[in-house]
Design a protein around this ligand. Structure first.
Ligand code: PMP
Length: 419
């Protein structure tokens, strides 16, 4: 058999670590073990009936053909109305493109704009597809780790220090996957002030978790706070998270017309427009009753609180309460160096995640793969029972470890600090 030769671009990337974690959990489950799977960012709710009905109506009406490459006028108008109604922003349909999910929209933006060696600032912890999509499109991801004391957020000083003449984009994801951090109005204004001094840097604003918020903070949009940034910002959003439409593969971008045109050309020579049925469904979702969004967020909030309460009772783990999105990003640094019952040392978060999966049947994702070691990510959008069983297993697993600092709670000073 002839040996497969990969393209240089394909050789630069690997399978997304959360997909790999999910696959390992599934393989273990198929071997007969019960595995609690808290890896994915996928709501356990079904898509609301009214949205499914809109898809069925589109099929019945014969909306089964290719659509315009950037998406139907109807969907782009629905997105334009949404941006005006919910965000106070004015985007005519010509500044909007629909893609096969928010992920595809981001991919198209990089494919359309990056030249070899161009830099893209990716604040860490990051959604793992950000650096991969930069790399496959010949760019260089510049990873900027956020500190826990800053709530894992990018600070203006760190942004300023990272910008070079080769910087093309800053990725801003708020609420953030995996940290759940939300940038408030002051923080957005401070970042915008830095960007105003660097007019060559564009902003990829990933707002896919826009509505998944648990705080009472400001909802003001970056572009109403700093309207000058609009001519170099791409807003990314979609149906997956607010309307539990992950499998429909439908998302959108809104930005300057030249960028949208360039992305439309890339799309027209690769996937063409997304499915006509999914487009009709998203248009109905955006225009319809938003009760599902409110009710599902209330359910996620309960599950988040349940998870946080259980985590706070596990000595050795701690986390900054997520203000949005679907995950808790748990600090496990106190467990590094601990010994398992069969004598194995937990040397890293990756070891810990393996231990949790293979010895306790709990699947979570290591922080290293999000650019911040000594952490792991737990999803709280699985069903309630899965969360309860998951934290029970987590507590048992941590209790089974022997730590050097046994006898000291993680909040007490260590001996060296006390001296
Ligand atoms: N951005 C972030 C931060 C995400 O977590 C995801 C999905 N996991 C996406 C974008 C893309 O979602 P989709 O392609 O389903 O719209």
């Amino acid at each position: 058999m002839s040996k497969l030769i990969l393209s240089e671009r394909a050789a630069r990337i690997g399978i997304a670590p959360n997909a790999a974690a999910k696959a390992r959990a599934q393989a273990l489950a198929e071997s007969g073990r019960t595995v609690i799977e808290l890896t994915s960012g996928e709501p356990d709710f079904d898509t609301p009936e009214s949205i499914k009905d809109a898809a069925i109506a589109a099929l019945a009406a014969g909306q089964t053909k290719y659509t315009a490459q950037a998406g139907t006028a109807d969907l782009r108008n629905a997105i334009s109305e949404k941006l005006a109604r919910e965000n106070g922003l004015s985007y005519p349909a010509a500044q909007i493109i629909a893609g096969n999910g928010g992920k595809h929209v981001i991919y198209n933006a990089f494919a359309a704009t990056l030249r070899s060696g161009d830099e893209v600032i990716v604040p860490a912890p990051f959604w793992q597809s950000f650096p991969a999509m930069v790399s496959i499109n010949d760019g260089t991801p510049v990873l900027l780790a956020g500190l826990r004391e800053d709530g894992y957020k990018l600070t203006p000083a760190r942004l300023d220090a990272a910008i070079t003449p080769r910087t093309r984009w800053l990725i801003l994801n708020t609420p953030s996957n995996p940290s759940g951090a939300v940038y408030d109005a002051d923080e957005l204004l401070a970042l915008a002030a830095v960007l105003s001094r660097h007019p060559h840097v564009w902003v990829l604003l990933d707002e896919i978790y826009e509505h998944i918020r648990f705080d009472d903070g400001s909802r003001e949009h970056l572009l109403t706070l700093a309207p000058d940034l609009a001519d170099r910002t791409l807003i990314v959003n979609g149906g997956s998270k607010p309307f539990a439409m992950t499998g429909w593969r439908i998302g959108y971008g809104a930005g300057p017309v030249e960028l949208i045109q360039a992305m439309t050309i890339v799309q027209s020579q690769s996937s063409s427009a997304p499915s006509s049925i999914a487009q009709a469904a998203l248009a109905a979702a955006l225009r319809g009753d938003q009760r599902f969004v409110r009710d599902s967020v209330a359910a996620y909030r309960e599950r988040r609180d349940l998870l946080l309460a259980a985590l706070s009772r596990i000595d050795g783990l701690s986390c900054v309460a997520p203000q949005g999105a679907f995950f808790a990003f748990v600090d496990c640094s106190a467990l590094i160096g601990a010994i398992t019952a069969n004598g194995r040392t937990i040397r890293s978060d990756v070891d810990l995640v393996d231990f949790l999966l293979y010895e306790h049947g709990l699947a979570v994702v290591d922080g290293t793969s999000f650019g911040v070691p000594d952490h792991f990510r737990v999803s709280f959008v699985a069903g309630r029972e899965a969360i309860v069983e998951g934290v029970t297993r987590l507590a048992a697993a941590v209790a089974a470890l022997t730590r050097h600092d046994a006898g000291f709670s993680s909040s007490q000073p260590t001996l060296t600090e006390a001296v």
